[in-house]
Design a binder for this molecule. Sequence first.
Ligand code: PEP
Length: 253
Amino acid sequence: MRKQIAAANWKMNLTFQQAEKLIDDVLDANIMLSSNQLVLFAVPYPYLLMTRSDVEDEYNYEVAAQNCHHEKSGAYTGEVSAGMLHSIGVNYCIVGHSERREYFGETNTMLAEKINLCLGNKIVPVFCCGEPLAVREAGTQNNFVAKQLADSLFHLPAEIIRGLIIAYEPIWAIGTGKTATSEQAQEMHHHLRSVIARQYGTAVANEVPILYGGSVKANNAKELFGCADVDGGLVGGASLVAADFIEIIKALK
Ligand code: PEP
């Protein structure tokens, strides 16, 4: 079975003390993950080491970064490289979140560079794609997300693609409380899988976990994750509340 993943994206929220408590509260729920399940905590950079050591002895709980820079190293004040993340034992990194694309001008080409740097540092990228509202309203979302995948990922060989994680996050659903219906999510996830299949074959496409992101909550996770091509969620707001994120973990297939 494909990996089923609940990924918390805390964004720029919580003090260090609140972060420690949130991790403790989630781990105290003692949810035993099966071998095909994974929980990721994508935390702000200053909390990576604390989180890594908190999850160290937990089966299939891992820490993730929310971003890395698209250059290997150099005069980029305030930035963090994939190599730095690797050097502190971070094995996962979100790449191409829509907030990074929108507020920090990240392009598909820059994201391809980040993907390469993550892979070169043994970091599994969680690659985000998804369309803005205007594209959805124009009905061109399928081509839009297919281009995001093609531009940032399709230079990679099949054996690498099968190890990636993709998150489909319709921008109109992020932080808006407006969730895609399970039909909309399934339709798009099926489309994304068929785009990968066209490029790399069905076997590879069937191995890639595709997470849904966009107002996943404790009360809708089960239905969304129940869709055949939805392999869990990338969760913003609801991952900041232990009780809610615990329910979302429990909703994994
Ligand atoms: C996200 O940050 O990736 C996200 C999906 O946020 P929210 O769950 O708050 O919509």
